[in-house]
Design a protein around this ligand. Sequence first.
Ligand code: PLP
Length: 395
Amino acid sequence: MISNRELFLQNTAQTSNSPRLVEVEKAEGIYLYGPQGQRYMDLVSGFNVSNIGHRHPKVLAAIQDQLDKYLHVTVYGEFVQAPQVQFATKLLEVLPTSFASVYFTNSGAEAVEGSMKIAKKFTGRRQILAAEQAYHGSTQGALSLIGNDEYRNAYAPLLPEIDFIRFNDSTSLDKITQETASVIIETIQGEAGVRVPDQAFMHALRAKCDETGALLIFDEIQTGFGRTGKMFAFEHFDVVPDILMLAKGIGGGMPLGAFVARKEIMDVIKDNPMLGHITTFGGHPVSCAAARASLQVIQDEQLLNTVATKAALFRRLLNTAKIKEIRGLGLMMCLQLETFEQVYAVSNYCASEGLMIDWYLHCETALRIAPPLTITSEEIEKACKIILDGIEKFC
Ligand code: PLP
């Protein structure tokens, strides 16, 4: 019989020549299980998705409840679907009051696409600025914002009138002018290898957008839903964007994205032309039911209060000169090594010892650490010991 691994290589599109090829039979809490009973501690959270762990019972119950009612019933924006309405309302409750309208999508990249469209339409301008080394997704609009020539050039021509500022460098903010529709920026850059900006840059960015009338759009697709110890990373900087883009951790493991804005900004979408931005599956009722339950879990289990202590424990235990730098905020962390070969060898060693870690798209010389926020101190101790053993062996 042909194995699933062979069928994967044969029949499903490959996104690289070196897939991880770990077969998953089941996932529960912070663990992934293979078909031969292998167990891996998941320190990647399915790439910042499983913030409350895999298959949280409350999320499963909400999904089951919705399965008994309805699945897809119509395209987004027509029928009143309680899971969408209830989750949008709950989401707005944890956001600053300026946010008043939620548009649900299937993914992060689609949230980026929608945000770019409303920014252009609201301002009547066309230029969009992003940051060098940014990652906002792989659709052609989102790819236009990727701050990396290699990825952009491979699929050029992309969107016109896109330019780049340097992340966390206030001297490059002069590029924001009265021609600029919006500045789209990750609140903390993820794929660049977890770059945390300073307060001064974030305040200067907000001020420059206010001065020029450009809309400030934060991508919290990786940083959202407690990852950094606040519900949203912008809360660390005391700066509120005009549009907020969400996905990944929003759905408790189900596919969902959203962009959220002030009402007058979002309202540009509904006419001239009507139905100018629509989606069939965006805001799927099962995903929205899961998302509402997941947000409730973050609140009920008071997960935000535990993140800083857990992050401090990681930093204390990962104490070796062979790690050049530990960057990050909360449980969005990055261990800077020297070469990709070291990163590859250490992550393979960790996998062989039952620990899943990874690296970053634009920073292949650093290890990615982003465990479910539910990880315990004992599990952190165990994980750090394996990582240190790997670093000792291969660096
Ligand atoms: N924005 C950021 C910061 C991301 O990390 C990602 C995905 O990794 C995206 C956008 C795109 O999200 P999706 O893969 O759901 O389209």
